[in-house]
Design a protein around this ligand. Structure first.
Ligand code: BES
Ligand code: MN
Ligand code: ZN
Length: 479
């Protein structure tokens, strides 16, 4: 992760490495552009170019067109994608700073361009011996009268927490154990003013966290449950917003071993929900949102040794319910269940779980959507949908009918940890519902957490999806 410095500039910027965001019908400033340049720009606009680079020997300027076109019907997302195109130019020409001048003077437009630009500039190359990524892009100046320093900070914090989460997800499980993950989150929590509490193996035993402990049984690495809390003295919500994120550091499938090709290869990313929940908490704290929020992240890997939990085992969970394990690869729900029952004691206004939970969700919506479901009031889902469109981290709401719960019936225990052949994403959500008595929202990010086919501002690997969505969601709840 490369830290980029953000700057709010108040005076007329020097016209070097400047990006002019213009509306398709804007008049270009004759004090800035020559007639020949304006001719050229108009010509490129007529050809539907969104990004028009202008080279001046030692520096570049760029024209960015706002508005939609046939490649993307969403205005902000179109700008983000142009930001990604701009990132390519920045890289190939080794520019170390850019000044963004927004002639449309819309806050969201500038913010979206910066998001696309910075998210696309992300790279994970700490393991490359010869890191020839060139000169680093270091600084973004923003010239936009609508922007306050708080806006700039918010934008900077957002791209930083997303990059931080991507780093964690991209980090191999060999170097990011549950303990190391907890260390990293603790370090960030201290830097952001969050309170943090860690429950280690011995405490988890005393707390009867059967779900977390059973998944951890086959591992040499101890588990840890990470609790992050933010309580603003002038909190607008009396009951806390609760978040639970899946922190499976590596998912081998356990004894119900994953077939190695493809399915096991990227399972270092199985803690993406935990990273997103943590990233969300960091952004909430660093922006000092007037709310009360708690996140629990159960962290362990899912591996095999002679002590590994096995299909057929019956596990007593934290809330006392018994689960017949029918598949050790359905481990995420086992650890999330315990975290849900624990967080229930805080009497949350709602509890939201975010997890790379099922291949079923991924197959249903592919890399473009987050599967959402739950029993919370519809207004929460409507708001998630709206925040999803705004941030382009879009959700699709699945049914949550009780009929699906019958698929989890066990002959010998209260329930089993897998459903039937169909509706795998929903039965996973229904399983979790057994462990909370508060309004419940579940997000399955299995399809979107990690990209194999780079596109726009997502390079190969972790996407950091969930943070921008949930930050906007939480913010909108307190408005
Ligand atoms: N971590 C996986 C889900 C997953 C699959 C995430 C693909 C990202 C990409 C989860 O633990 C899992 O293995 N789920 C099983 C559940 C099944 C055994 C009921 C699945 O979806 O196959
Ligand atoms: Mn699994
Ligand atoms: Zn998993």
């Amino acid at each position: 992760m490369n830290n980029i410095i953000f700057n709010l500039v108040k005076d007329t910027p020097q016209l070097v490495n400047t990006v002019f965001i213009v509306d398709r019908f804007d008049k270009l400033d004759k004090n800035i552009f020559s007639d020949r340049e304006i001719d050229y720009i108009q010509h490129r606009i007529a050809q539907n170019a969104r990004l028009i680079p202008l080279n001046y020997f030692y520096h570049w300027n760029f024209i960015v067109l706002s508005g939609t076109d046939e490649s993307c019907g969403d205005e902000l997302e179109a700008i983000r994608r142009t930001g990604a195109e701009l990132a390519e130019k920045v890289k190939t020409n080794e520019l170390d700073f850019l000044t963004i001048v927004d002639h449309t003077q819309k806050k969201e437009t500038t913010a979206a361009l910066v998001e696309g630009l910075v998210l696309a500039s992300y790279s994970f190359n700490k393991f490359k011996k010869n890191d020839n990524s060139g000169k680093l892009f270091k600084r973004i100046n923003i010239f936009n009268k609508d922007f306050t320093t708080a806006d700039i900070d918010e934008l900077e914090i957002m791209v930083q927490t997303v990059s931080f989460a991507r780093d964690l997800v991209n980090e191999p499980a060999s170097s990011l154990t549950a303990t190391k993950f907890a260390d990293e989150l603790t370090r960030m929590a201290h830097m952001s003013g969050l309170s943090v509490e860690l429950y280690r193996k011995e405490e988890l035993k005393k707390m009867n966290m059967g779900g977390i402990l059973s998944v951890n049984q086959g591992s040499e690495e101890p588990p840890v449950l990470i609790k992050l809390e933010w309580k603003h003295p002038k909190s607008k919500n009396k009951k806390p917003y609760a978040f639970v994120g899946k922190g499976v550091m590596y998912d081998s499938g356990g004894l119900s071993l994953k077939p190695t090709t493809k399915s096991m290869d990227y399972m270092k990313s199985d803690m993406a929900g935990g990273a997103a929940a943590a990233g969300l908490m960091f952004s909430i704290a660093r922006n000092k949102l007037p709310i009360h929020a708690i996140a629990l992240i159960p962290a362990t890997d899912n591996r095999i040794n002679s002590k590994a939990f096995a299909p057929g085992d019956v596990v007593t969970m934290h809330n006392g319910k018994t689960v017949e394990v029918m598949n050790t690869d359905a481990e995420g729900r086992m650890i999330l269940a315990d975290a849900l029952s624990l967080i229930d004691k805080h009497e949350p206004e709602f509890v939201l779980s975010i997890a790379t939970l099922t291949g079923s969700a991924s197959r249903a919506v592919g890399p473009y959507g987050i599967v959402a479901m739950g029993n919370a009031k519809q207004k929460y889902f409507d708001q998630l949908e709206e925040s999803g469109e705004k941030t382009y981290e879009r959700i699709v709401q699945f049914p949550f009918w009780d009929d699906y719960a019958t698929m989890l019936k066990s002959d010998i225990a209260d329930l089993k940890n897998i459903g039937g052949e169909s509706a795998g994403a929903i039965t996973a959500g229904k399983f979790l519902e057994n462990f909370t008595s508060h309004p419940f929202i579940h997000l399955d990010i299995a399809g979107v957490a990690y990209t194999h086919t780079p596109r726009d501002y997502y390079k190969f690997g972790a996407t950091g999806v969930g943070i921008r969505l949930l930050y906007d969601f939480v913010k909108s709840l307190t408005k």
